[in-house]
Design a protein around this ligand. Structure first.
Ligand SMILES: [Zn+2]
Length: 280
C-alpha cells in the first residue's frame, strides 16, 4: 500500500475496508458488515492512527460494506444518493434477518452526493469521491486519492472471483463506469477492490473487457431476435467467466435491453424522384 493508507479485511465476506490518514484527520472507506464489526473497525483504526477519525465514505449500499455505519453516527458519513436502494434491498433484508438486526434501524449515510465530492484530510491528502453512473449498484462511488495514485472502487472490480451481479446492476452502465475509471488510471495506479487482492490497471481492463463482451454480445443477440434461453449456447458467441455467472449477466443485460423498448424509428426519407420532378 501507500504511506498513511491502511487496509483491513472484514469477515464474513472479506470486504476491504480502507483507512486514509491525513495530517489533520482520517477517513474510512466502507464501514464493516454489522454494527458490532463497525465498533471493532473503529477501535482498530484508533490503534494505528494518531489523528481523529472524521468520516466514513461508502463505496455502495450492500450490507457487507454498510451495516457498520451505526458505529460512526457521530461522524460525517457519505454515500451516493442512490445507495439506499441496495441498503434497503432484498439481499440486505435477508442479511439483517440472519444477523438479528432491524433493517429499518440501520442508518444510511447522513450526507449524499450525486456526482462528485471532495474531503481534505490535511497535508495534501485529499479524498475525491466520484459516481460514474449505475454499475454494480445504482449508487457506486469511487474514492480516489490522487496524491497516492490509489483508488478504492468497491465492487466495481472483483479480484476474488467473477463480478457480483445484483438485480439492480446495469451491464451497460458497468462497462461505461469502468471506462471512466480506466481513463483515470496511470501505469502504477493501485486499485482496491471491494473483495480480494489489490489490483493493477490491467485487471480493470480485463474485467471491463469481460463485461463489454457480456453486454455487447447480448445486445447483438437481442436485436437478432434470439430468445434469452438460447443466447448462451448460440454458435457464434463465446462468454467470459463460468456459465452460471455469464448467464446471470446475460439475463440482466437482456432485461435492460427489453426495458428500453424498440429502437427509435429512422427518419422518413423523401423519395429522390420527387426532387427531380421539374413541375412546380
Ligand atoms: Zn456489492
Amino acid at each position: 500500500m501507500r504511506p498513511g493508507i491502511f487496509l483491513l479485511v472484514a469477515p464474513p465476506e472479506s470486504v476491504n475496508v480502507g483507512l486514509v490518514v491525513g495530517q489533520d484527520r482520517a477517513w474510512l472507506i466502507d464501514s464493516g458488515s454489522s454494527p458490532a464489526q463497525g465498533e471493532r473497525i473503529r477501535a482498530a483504526a484508533a490503534a494505528v492512527c494518531d489523528r481523529p477519525l472524521a468520516g466514513v465514505a461508502l463505496t455502495h449500499g450492500h450490507w457487507d460494506h454498510s451495516f457498520g455505519l451505526t458505529a460512526f453516527a457521530d461522524l460525517e458519513t457519505v454515500g451516493h444518493q442512490d445507495c439506499q436502494t441496495a441498503l434497503r434491498g432484498a439481499e440486505s433484508a435477508a442479511a439483517a434477518h440472519d444477523l438479528g438486526l432491524d433493517l429499518d434501524r440501520l442508518p444510511g449515510p447522513a450526507r449524499t452526493i450525486s456526482l462528485i465530492g471532495l474531503r481534505d484530510l490535511g497535508g495534501g491528502v485529499v479524498l475525491e469521491l466520484a459516481h460514474f453512473g449505475p454499475a454494480h449498484t445504482l449508487g457506486d462511488l469511487v474514492v480516489a486519492l490522487p496524491g497516492a495514485d490509489l483508488f478504492f472502487v468497491g465492487d466495481l472490480i472483483e479480484t476474488a472471483g467473477a463480478p457480483q451481479f445484483d438485480p439492480e446492476s446495469s451491464l451497460d452502465g458497468w462497462v461505461k463506469s469502468l471506462d471512466s475509471l480506466w481513463a483515470a488510471l496511470k501505469p502504477n495506479s493501485l486499485v482496491v477492490p471491494g473483495h480480494g487482492q489489490v489490483a493493477e490497471p490491467w485487471q480493470v481492463g480485463h474485467q471491463r473487457a469481460g463485461l463489454a463482451a457480456l453486454w455487447g454480445q447480448t445486445e447483438w443477440a437481442y436485436h437478432q431476435g434470439v430468445a434469452l434461453e438460447q443466447i448462451y449456447d448460440h454458435d457464434h458467441l463465446e462468454w467470459p467467466w463460468d456459465r452460471p455467472t455469464a448467464e446471470r449477466g446475460i439475463a440482466l443485460a437482456y432485461a435492460e435491453l427489453r426495458a428500453r423498448g424498440p429502437r427509435r424509428a429512422p427518419l422518413p426519407l423523401i423519395e429522390t424522384h420527387r426532387l427531380d420532378d421539374p413541375r412546380p
